[in-house]
Write a protein that binds this ligand. Structure first.
Ligand SMILES: [Zn+2]
Ligand SMILES: [Zn+2]
Length: 185
């Protein structure tokens, strides 16, 4: 477990230096994909006995397609980019409500806006320390090593530990490329 180094990750969304320009990135998903995601989101809400309001469907669909974490204003901008009219405070309220319902969870990094991701399956987080993009790592990918980590942590602390959540820090593929192509100053 003593390995260090840069984690390379495929960016979940096209990272932009300024969050303002992030909104101008058109979603690459086709309308068929959008419709499939929305249907999946609707049935997930219904399964839990929750009403499928337009705001809930829009927020959950946006986060599902991002496959990573977004800030409330990122979510707002992406929903508006699809032509839906919704104001920022409504998105904020919806995200908060979805978080209370355990459909969405929050990750707070120091000095950064809180970002939200869907709670679909167990996952860990890979954080780009340059652009702050957070990608989700399926828990299954790390199940074996995490079991070892739990054992080592139990031996070190005497605690009985059952599960854990990892936050790994490094550079996303794009920031790694940018860093490696820039001449040293
Ligand atoms: Zn997450
Ligand atoms: Zn990055």
């Amino acid at each position: 477990m003593g390995r260090t180094g840069t984690i390379l990750l495929a960016p979940a969304v096209v990272p932009q230096k300024e969050s303002v320009s992030r909104s101008q990135v058109k979603s690459s998903s086709s309308s068929t994909e959008n419709a499939a995601t929305e249907n999946a989101v609707r049935s997930a809400l219904r399964e839990r006995g929750l009403r499928c309001t337009g705001e809930r469907v829009a927020v959950l669909s946006t986060l599902t397609e991002a496959a990573g974490h977004l800030t409330v204003s990122d979510i707002h901008e992406r929903i508006r980019a699809t032509g839906q009219q919704v104001d920022l405070s409504t998105v904020y309220r919806t995200v908060t409500m979805l978080q209370e319902l355990d459909l969405v969870h929050a990750v707070a990094l120091p000095d950064q806006a809180v970002t939200y991701g869907v709670v679909e399956a167990a996952h860990h987080h890979a954080v780009c320390t340059s652009c702050q993009l957070i990608a989700e790592v399926p828990a299954a990918v790390l199940a074996g090593v995490l079991a070892d980590a739990v054992e080592l942590a139990q031996a070190a602390t005497g605690y009985t530990l059952e599960h854990g959540s990892l936050q790994l820090h490094g550079l996303c593929a794009r920031c790694y490329d940018e860093a490696s192509t820039q001449p040293f100053s």
